[in-house]
Design a protein around this ligand. Sequence first.
Ligand SMILES: [Zn+2]
Length: 188
Amino acid sequence: MAMLSEIVSQGKLVSDEIIIDLLSKRLEAGDAKGESGFILDGFPRTIRQAEILEGVTNIDLVINLKLREEALLAKCLGRRICSECRKNYNIACIDIKGENGNPGMYMAPLPPPPHCASKLITRSDDTEEVVKERLRIYNEMSRPVEDFYRSRGKLLEFNLPGGIPESWPKLLQALNLEDHEDKQTAAA
Ligand SMILES: [Zn+2]
């Protein structure tokens, strides 16, 4: 999906028709190559896109990955870019203590190596005010899309318990999937 992600990452506005056209071509090509399935990341974002998508292909399951807003905010504010090599890092270390029956949460930072550490910059729009506004708009836009798939019995809500190491096994469990590597080890 190189072309789609290119367009999206450039922040350009692309019409739903163009997106769906590119998507169905890519799905057809995958079909022809014998691909047995696909994962769409961050699409559809609107009800209209979801409706058009329904006419193009059958979606089995929609996973709504949810992260507590305080963790989400801290992660967004912790983003740093190396001004020299342009690599992305995250200096936020999330360590929320569990209390009143709520579980704690730990998400490790992604610290820069020493040669990048002195060259870190923050994106000008990664401020608390802007991030909160982005979250508000996201919630407003995604709610109807969630309802769309919920009403079709296809929505799986998944509360992220932490970073990737904490979340991955639990996500596989929620999907009734086994870790492929574990399986190989067990067989060997
Ligand atoms: Zn660097």
